[in-house]
Design a protein around this ligand. Structure first.
Ligand code: NAD
Length: 512
């Protein structure tokens, strides 16, 4: 167990629950400038944007907005640092030491990071503190540890030559991330990119710029040289596009929607043909077969699998594809369990579900529900806003929702709803279940539930998804790759496989 998680376990829940998190949040003074070449600087144009909290709609900070000139400056700083070689060509043991120190500093500043994350995204403080910050530190530590344990290869060539195959960093990496897990997804990109010697320019989402700016400060404090790690908040069409189209960026690492992922592929094609990896959306099925076994356990996993982070998770298990023979008892259990998910102020320790990111998202989610009903689905529970005590007027706090009997042709069954909404889709016969499970444009994740392990394994092989869980949902580790098939993108975050995104293989042939 990482040191911080151990410490959090040891601090009693009552102690953490007794903290006045709202007061601590009010006392925060977040970083708000761009971080370029080792310094916090204002945008060249002086432009700023308002960063609103989904908690109550209030402005948390006025953040510097990176325009084209700032993107240019950040890329130039990253290029200079790369060419200078102070990071790229440094002793592996030293780079490891610096990244381990970075991980320690992330842990030491857990409360600040958790608070800005909760304010920006609306996720419950308990999760930011015990899941997101530890996962971020763990990713940095894991890739740091790899630095001096990764070897090259020697090719078979015959006696007159030696040919070595080494992995070299690509150069300047532009990383563009979404708002739903800012710390975790950022760490999945920057940790392998930095570990392999690249320089990074990170563009956080406009909804959630604050934790990335704290990371920038901590990276500098850890000893990452100036220019190696730059953070440029801004929007998509200006800041993201300028980074995507920049002729001196060697690699784009993107996580977000399918539409914007395609835009990044275009930017690359229309500029310098840089390499692009895209981690995109999902519409993941939880496939429950007739012999699923313990339905209480299935209901527990299904509800967490769809509602976690208010359903704003790329691999949320939003489709319950269930054999008709177990559908009724399972749906009953799911409805009962759903009633126990408390929706409320994300700065209260006992809150399980916070708000969705903004009012527009809440409206879009409710439209999906209404449309599904008109397609023949039945609203089994939820489907309405839940005004929280802190913000009576807010309509972005949504009750977790179950839609039963959703036809597979309905948009609710095919498009990302990105909210706490489960679509139940019954079937008869395993082959039909597999067909329905696979019948979406996406292929990020899936689960299969069966007490017959041979059958479960066979069905897992038939599901077209980057991750398939058997008799569980959303179990993961930094040691396992994460990414999708089909419209869910390509490239993999996490594990040694992520190193492929940030390195190129080089042959050196020495004639003897
Ligand atoms: P988004 O695609 O709207 O934005 C993602 C990032 O791209 C943001 O930083 C944004 O500023 C930038 N951007 C937006 N438009 C741009 C443009 N025209 N040019 C350049 N940059 C642009 O996504 P979002 O709403 O922030 O996040 C939700 C989406 O992310 C969902 O589709 C979700 O499934 C997906 N996601 C995928 C994964 C995964 O690992 N597969 C993980 C988390 C989220």
């Amino acid at each position: 167990m990482p040191a911080m998680t151990q410490e959090l376990v040891e601090r009693s829940v009552t102690e953490l629950a007794d903290i006045d998190w709202a007061a601590r949040a009010a006392a925060l003074r977040p970083e708000t400038e761009l971080f370029i070449d080792g310094k916090f600087v204002a945008a060249r144009s002086g432009a700023r944007f308002a960063d609103h909290s989904p908690r109550d709609g209030r402005v948390v900070a006025e953040v510097a907005f990176a325009g084209e000139a700032d993107v240019d400056a950040a890329v130039l700083a990253a290029r200079r640092a790369f060419d200078k070689g102070g990071w790229r060509a440094a002793e592996p043991a030293w780079r490891k030491h610096v990244l381990l120190r970075f991980a320690e500093l992330i842990e030491a500043h857990r409360e600040e990071l958790a608070l800005v994350e909760t304010l920006d995204v609306g996720k419950p403080i308990r999760e930011s503190l015990t899941v997101d910050v530890p996962a971020c530190a763990q990713a940095v530590r894991w890739y740091a540890e790899l630095i001096d344990k990764t070897y090259g290869e020697v090719a078979p060539t015959g006696p007159d030559a030696i040919a070595t195959i080494s992995r070299e960093p690509l150069g300047v990496v532009g990383a563009v991330v979404p708002w739903n897990y800012p710390l975790i997804i950022t760490a999945w990109k920057i940790a392998p990119a930095l570990a392999t010697g690249n320089s990074v320019v990170l563009k956080p989402a406009e909804q959630s710029p604050l934790s990335a700016l704290v990371l920038a400060r901590l990276a500098a404090e850890a000893g990452i040289p100036d220019g190696v790690f730059n953070v440029i908040p801004g929007d998509g069409p200006v800041t993201g596009a300028a980074l995507g189209r920049h002729g001196d960026v060697d690699k784009l690492a993107f996580t977000g929607s399918v539409e914007v992922g395609r835009a990044f592929q275009r930017y690359a094609g229309e500029s310098n043909g840089k390499s692009v990896s895209v981690e995109l959306g999902g519409k993941s099925p939880q496939l429950v077969l007739a012999d699923a076994g313990d339905l209480d356990a299935v209901a527990e996993a299904v509800t967490w699998g769809v509602y976690y982070n208010a359903g704003q998770t790329c691999h949320a298990g939003t489709r319950l594809v269930v054999d008709e023979s177990v559908r009724e008892p399972l749906v009953e259990r799911i409805i009962a369990r759903t009633a126990e998910f408390t929706v409320g102020d994300p700065l209260r320790w006992d809150t399980v579900l916070g708000p969705v990111i903004d009012e527009a998202a809440a409206r879009r989610i409710r439209e999906h529900i209404v449309e599904a009903e008109s397609d023949g689905a039945r609203l089994a529970t939820g489907g309405r806003p839940v005004p929280p005590a802190t913000a009576e007027a807010a309509t972005n706090y949504l009750a977790p929702t179950v839609l039963d009997d959703v036809p597979n042709s309905s948009r609710a069954a095919r498009a990302e709803i990105f909210g706490p909404v489960l679509c139940v889709q019954p079937f008869r016969g395993t082959e039909t279940g597999v067909r329905i499970a696979n019948d979406t444009p996406y292929g990020l994740a899936a689960s299969v539930w069966s007490a017959d392990i041979s059958q479960a394994h066979r069905v897992a092989g038939m599901l077209r998804a980057g991750t398939v869980w058997i008799n569980t949902y959303d179990a993961s580790a930094i040691t396992t790759p994460f990414g999708g098939f089909k419209d869910s993108g390509h490239g993999r975050d996490r594990s040694r496989h992520a190193l492929d995104n940030y390195t190129a293989v080089k042959t050196t042939w020495l004639a003897l």
